[in-house]
Design a protein. Structure first.
Length: 152
């Protein structure tokens, strides 16, 4: 899986929030099986801060039932918009590094409303429990670290 912004692929790299620009990143999984369905999950293990991660891991969002042929391309407008909103509005406001993880899971079956996560379950979200409960198999993961500028 790669996360692309207007500059470079991001694997494990510090990004200044002011470097990301207004262009939303794209996510691709080139080896996705066109006949399968996938879920993408974004979590934050440093919530509310790396020095005090009392909500480890904070669930930012889950998108399920993504067709494999959509995932193999530069992906879904909805996902791109979510990434842009997350990066520019939801990311932490304090100084210092902050990590974010994106997971891609292959689904064993179509997800229904039982896969929804309540607002109260976003703090201390267990990615392991979620994937076990809904028959998800990890196929890709990527992370990035943001650094908020000290003097924006």
């Amino acid at each position: 899986m790669s996360i692309m912004n207007s500059r470079n692929p991001t694997v494990v790299r510090n990004l200044r929030l002011d470097e990301l620009g207004a262009v939303a990143p794209t996510v691709t999984v080139p080896n996705a099986d066109p006949g399968k369905k996938y879920s993408i999950v974004m979590v934050d293990p440093d919530a509310p801060s790396a020095s005090n991660p009392t909500c480890q891991s904070w669930l930012h969002w889950i998108i399920g039932n993504i067709k494999g042929d959509d995932l193999a391309k530069e992906i879904l407008t909805t996902l791109v918009k979510l990434l842009q909103i997350t990066i520019h509005l939801v990311l932490h406001q304090g100084p210092g590094p902050h990590r974010y993880y994106l997971y891609v899971f292959e689904q064993e079956h179509q997800l229904d409303n039982s896969a929804k996560v309540s607002a109260s379950s976003r703090c201390q979200f267990s990615i392991d429990s979620y994937k076990k409960n809904f028959g998800l198999n990890a196929v890709a993961m990527n992370m990035f670290t943001t650094v908020t500028p000290e003097n924006p």
